[in-house]
Design a protein around this ligand. Sequence first.
Ligand code: WT7
Length: 656
Amino acid sequence: MPNIKKENDLYIPSGDLQEKAWQNDKAIYQKASDDPIKFWEELAKELFWFKGWEETFKAQNESLNSQPYFEWFKGGKINITSNIFEKNPLGFDKIKNKIAFTWIGEPTEEKPRTFTYEELFREVNRFANALKNLGVKKGDRVAIYLPVIPEVIIAMLATARIGAVHSVVFSAFSSAALQARLQDAQAKILITADGYYRRGKVINLKQSADEGIKETEVEKIIVVKRAGNEIAFQPSQDLWWHELTEKESPECAPEIMDSEDLFFILYTSGSTGKPKGTIHACGGYAVQAKFTGKWIFDWKENDIFWSTADIGWITGHTYSCYSPLLNAATFIIFEGSIDWPNPERWASIIEQYKVSIFYTAPTAIRMFEKYGADLIKGYKFETLRLLGSVGEPIDNGAWQWYFQEVGHGNCPIVDTWWQTETGGILISSLPGIGPFKPSFTGVPFPGIKFDILDEAGKSVQANKEGNLVILSPFNPGLLRGIYKNPEKYFDTYWSKYGKNVYFTSDSAFKDENGLIRIVGRVDDVLKVAGHRFTTGELENIICLHPDFIEAAVVGKADEIKGEVPIVFAVSLVDKGLDDLKKGVVDQIRKEIGPIASPQAVYIVEDLPKTRSGKIMRRILKKILTGEDLGDLSTLANPQIVEKIQEIVQADIKNEA
Ligand code: WT7
């Protein structure tokens, strides 16, 4: 019996998968929407709390204006690590010998490392004790700048164990990006590694860490020996992870946290050069992480789950760490690039490790598609039963390819919509219920109230595009603020429609079945290979370079990456064009990292502007796509448009 059947343009789960799914009763939607607070409360009761909450959901009085605007499970006492380990509601004795995760290094000849729940618990406690001995206390910020190695999970859990706050910084971010995050969080401890493998090369991470701590409050760097590369080791400041933990006890009592205590900070791109630290709360995040993973990925006893996202992003935090661990699931983490040393590395990992649930991004799927189905002809993917997608809209072509070539027409695809801010998945049809429709992300998770509004705040009709918003009581895992920046919190999420409506900054529409299709961002965010940057932050960074006085960045559609940044920069210095272009690229790599590299840089005399001086990025976008530019009479400098057009066209000709 197949696991999915087609009805008109919808795909409906069936067979074994549907019958045995954790959640396969449609009635859950009605029940949850009748009383979403009660719905979450019932789920929360399935976790272990040292003390129950006094109020399930509390919205702030409209007249106040301090973070947070709402609270969940207030007064409840919890520690997420107790729910994973010693107080796991499934019974720690039952799960302790189960494999929590297997780590696969990039070099193919390297031996994988595996941790059972008990082994992981012991390592977490050892490291928690080590942190305590260094003076780390509840509420202190601990920065983690690690590649995907087991220690990243151990470090996060150890920090959570003692009630400290982790701020994980993606290891491919540059030292300047690290520095900005360390400064904002005022972290005193930084955990990093000597190096790691990337496409066959050893990257010296410690060197970036050493650069990154300049002008910060970091006092100690804990270094994991990963790649064995030579590093500058300063005994007064640096500590080896293995020496530090060697003699520590494998037992450590959990810190008892209030549900609303600060759990972690994760930075995402802000509209200026400064990243914004989204803050997440202990209780609500845990509840949402546990049940979104359980119902959407449907982990069962023998499943092997693999999410390809780096742990430095929210996807990694929630679905390569907290959510599967709370569910005593078994998963894989992988250090390398999924197409290294050969383009089918990902397929060989699925096959070799018997992955049954695979979660990746449309960028990766489009890349697989480009390599062609022939490449994976030899792979049967017999163990796969469920596929997932995240990070950007998946177009019909990529959806069909994923469904046919990887899922062999028998695996539902959960297209999961969420954000760094939401902490966990909020839109995705469930594998036991459906329905699934190519290029539509699906229906909201039970208990989540979405709406699509026009500019005036009125709901739009089916099939009409508008702004995607979340209505009260939101979701337990939604961010509680921007670290040290309540104004930004208000401006970004709550100023458009008021404090009872969370503005997602996405544009979307609903079909007649209530399935939501995400169209894209309405703000200045670019999604480059699923990674999030704002045009404003890139522009700011370019202008920090002495050679440039002005810059405009626009996104251009890209076959694989979805979108790529294109830079228009104005320079007054007398240098060769190639030097100037290289200056822009190097500056972005230095300040953010190679993932934000522009696909093209145009050095121009001026940028198209309105009379009030506003840069018209819309016109630059049209120049790139060759669209009709429309009326230019409102511009202060219409003559510049033709000059820019010539530069862009010459470049396109060159490329061809
Ligand atoms: C933005 C959030 C949390 C997941 C990783 C990205 C876009 C996310 C989807 C999807 C279409 C999606 C939205 C959102 N997005 N998932 N399934 N379909 N678009 O987190 O970097 O905070 O970005 O990613 O535009 O607002 P993020």
